[in-house]
Design a binder for this molecule. Structure first.
Ligand code: FES
Length: 203
């Protein structure tokens, strides 16, 4: 079971707001929750890690460490999800057709349905991606919405930009979208990172 702890010094939030005439996504710094579940020995062996998402509010991102890598879990707002469709022509692989993620991530949200009754109807609210740039492995930062930018992530090393589904824009150094790891919902409030066996995507 998870031994959850909150790292209050590492917090981030991506908020979406709707503006007249279109969707504008504003971002502000807020919660970033670190979840470290199994024993050190199990983690070293690459054991799945369980994340408690019960405290994650819409617009917030938490980070779970799995196999030594940061896995982001972003609970997207309705506005965030709606903003994704408009970006299609600007993205290198908008439908995630490159074979770099589980099949359940090959949809516009790059997410599998979740059983949280408070989430939006399409259920793809939770983005789960490895927070490592697919160019040379730097760690992208949250890039708040500003002007025509709808919010997403920016790699500080060579400038690759990703949208709120972890999809890379065209003509960026990063060759592919951020990787979606195997995962499954254990319940409406718990996600298992690193194991999707026996799950249909409906949890
Ligand atoms: S490592 Fe991210 S753009 Fe180069």
């Amino acid at each position: 079971m998870s031994d959850q702890k909150v790292d209050s010094e590492r917090r981030s939030l991506i908020l979406a707001t709707t503006a007249a005439g279109g969707v504008a996504v504003a971002a502000a710094a807020v919660p970033f929750v670190a979840s470290l579940a199994p024993s050190e020995r199990a983690k070293a062996a690459g054991a799945p890690v369980e994340a408690d998402i019960s405290q994650l509010k819409a617009g917030e991102k938490m980070v779970v460490k799995w196999r030594g890598k940061p896995v982001w879990i972003l609970r997207r707002t309705k506005e965030m999800l709606e903003s994704l469709a408009a970006l299609k022509d600007s993205l290198a692989d908008p439908d995630s057709e490159k074979p770099q993620q589980p099949e359940y991530a090959t949809n516009p949200q790059r997410a599998r349905p979740n059983p949280n009754p408070e989430t939006s109807a399409d259920g793809g609210d939770y983005l789960v991606v490895i927070g490592i740039c697919t160019h040379l492995g730097c760690s992208p930062s949250d890039k708040p919405a500003e002007g025509n930018w709808q919010g997403g992530f920016l790699c500080p090393c060579h400038g690759s930009q990703f949208d709120l589904a972890g999809r890379v824009f065209k003509q960026q150094p990063a060759p592919t979208n951020l990787e979606v790891p195997p995962y499954k919902f254990l319940s409406a409030t718990r996600i298992l990172i690193g194991d999707d066996s026996g799950s249909s995507g409906e949890a």
